[in-house]
Every structure is written in structure tokens, then in C-alpha cells.
Design a binder for this molecule. Sequence first.
Ligand SMILES: NC(=O)c1ccc[n+]([C@@H]2O[C@H](COP(=O)([O-])OP(=O)(O)OC[C@H]3O[C@@H](n4cnc5c(N)ncnc54)[C@H](O)[C@@H]3O)[C@@H](O)[C@H]2O)c1
Length: 341
Amino acid sequence: MTDIAIIGAGAWGTALSMVAARKGGHRVRLWAFEEEVCESIRARRVNERFLSGLTMPEGVGVTRDLGEAVAGADMVVSVMPSHHCRGVFRGLAPHLRREMLFVSATKGIEEDSLLRMTEVVATTIESVSGFRPRIAALSGPSFAREVARGDPTAITVASEDAEVAQAVQIALSDPRLRIYTNDDVIGVELGGSLKNVIAIAAGVCDGLGLGHNSAAALITRGLAEMTRLVVACGGRSETMAGLAGLGDLVLTCTGGLSRNRSVGEQLGKGNKLADIIEGMHGMVAEGVPTTNAAVGLAKRHKVEMPITERMWEVLHEGKPPAEAMHELMTRSVKSESGARV
Ligand SMILES: NC(=O)c1ccc[n+]([C@@H]2O[C@H](COP(=O)([O-])OP(=O)(O)OC[C@H]3O[C@@H](n4cnc5c(N)ncnc54)[C@H](O)[C@@H]3O)[C@@H](O)[C@H]2O)c1
């Protein structure tokens, strides 16, 4: 029996709470930021705001109190959007204990510090609670709605501490969610974050009315630039060929449920970013802030990321999407491995 606290009741936190509860044998509590989410789950067993139409098991308890959420927990899974991670952990820190295992299921990079989410969680806990937490990152191709309804899904849990990765694997795997372990935390976390930027570009292609050739080119060359940055940051290229790299990239660039792809599609159709974000009613598209962080990391490590850089210009400098695509196609010709011909 594992006592699991899930911090963040958006679509993904809600789906993970359903996975943990349906497996049985766990005590599961979900921390929600919004009172309306708590009320909706308590009264109707549905998170109407973030994951409508899917009934949650009775076993999921819900609270708005951070201390109550983690009291007695063996495992604390953080699933808030990346820009809220540090603030939420500052609030959580006084309630945390050294024995707890931590899992970050957020896909993003902190914009100012350029830290990955496990680094944000670990440094915040260390500075406020005074201990270095045992931590893992959970990532891979997983639309929350499909996981919640039980479609077979495979994802990855990465930790430098094999025991932590295995504990998470055992606690959350079931016949509908297959979890692989990995020790490349950098690759798994950066893969899950950077793919959202390429998904925006894939959406731009769709919005411009371009066909499958363009999408395939973006996915493949997107993977090449993601891999360059991951390797420069200390991750492994083979991780990028796995679930947290190629797997999640394919899902996000082609799947109809992808918010980041949808943001790109609307940009491609000529809509303004501010209007697109407003239309999402508080749901996050991590690819937008991740584009800034990715450009920052690419500069720091002197890595060329042409697709990511063009997306930054589309998002923040108002570059017309068609011009960005034209620029990508008219760069100096190269060999596929990167050398100029
Ligand atoms: N949705 C998916 O299918 C999916 C799948 C895998 C990973 N993820 C990742 O999970 C993370 C969470 O995304 P999501 O889709 O569950 O979120 P969401 O867009 O469904 O919900 C937004 C979340 O932000 C929270 N929030 C709003 N204001 C807040 C505040 N001031 N403090 C703390 N929290 C606040 C809300 O409570 C809610 O949990 C993201 O990093 C996302 O990339 C999402």
C-alpha cells in the first residue's frame, strides 16, 4: 500500500489520480488549486473544469489544503504547470519529510532559471525543508483523457536513483499503463518539454494548409535539434529515440488532443497569441513558455535550433508563420548529420 499525494488537479493530475486509484491498494489524495474543482469532484466525481465527462473512482480524495494533501504520504507527485512549480513547493515544503519519494510529471523548463522541474523541486525542498529529496521524472506519450479512460499507454519514469524509479513503476503500472524505467533524467525531462515547441511548429504547418511531407520533415528535423540540445545538456541521444523523445513528439505533433499543436494551428491561420491563450480558459500550453527556455538553453550551450528559434520569432516577434517556414526551407544546405556540404 502506497500513500500517494498528487499535487495539481488539471487534466494530467486528475488522470494520474484515477490511475493510482483504479489500481487499488493505494490511498490517493489530489490537491486542487480551485475550489470549483474540489466541489465538482466531491459532489459528482468528475473534474468538470479540466477533465469533463470522465467519472473518477471513489478512492480519490480531494483537498485544497497542501498540508492535508501530503500528510502521511509516501509518494508526492507534482503535476502543476511549470510556472507554478516553485511557488507550490514553497507552500508544500514545511509539510514534507525526508522519507517521501517525489515524482515530477510536469513537462516544462523554468523560464528564468532554465532549470528542469526535478531541479526546481529539489532545490526548493533543499532550501526550505533542509533535505535533498529522492526524486524521479515521469514523461512520455500520454494524453490525459486517453489515460483516464484506460487506453493502453506506455510512458517512462527516470531517476538517478534506480530504487525510486522502480517504486514509481510498481506503484502506477497496471495493464493499461505500462511504465518503463530510465536513468537519463536530463533526456527524459528535456524530451518531454522540447517536443511541445516542435508541436507548435507542426500545428503551424496544419494551419497553413501544408501536407504530410511538411509534418514529417518537422518531426524528424525537430527530433534532430532536440537531440543536439539534450546531448549538450548531458542527456543521451538514445533517450530521444524512446518514449520521452520520439514517442511523445509523434503524439504531440499529430494528435488531435494536443494543445500545443492547436496553438500552432491557430497561429498558422493568422490568429494572435494573446487571443489564442485567452480562448484556452486557464488550460496550459507549456510549449509557449518552453520556447523561451529552449532558446535560452540553446544559446547557453551554443546549439543550433532553427525550428525552435523560428517559433520563438512567430510567438514573440510577430513573424508571419509562412515566412518562418520559408526561412527554414532556405537555410544553407547541409548533410543530414549537420555538416555543411
Ligand atoms: N494534459 C495532458 O494530457 C498532459 C499529459 C502529460 C503531461 N502534462 C503536463 O502536466 C502539467 C499540467 O498540465 P495539465 O494539462 O494537467 O494542466 P491543465 O491545463 O489541465 O490545468 C491547469 C492547471 O493549472 C493549475 N493552476 C492554475 N493556477 C494555479 C496556481 N496559481 N497555482 C497552482 N496551480 C494553478 C490548475 O489548478 C490546473 O491544475 C503540464 O506540465 C503538462 O505539460 C499534461
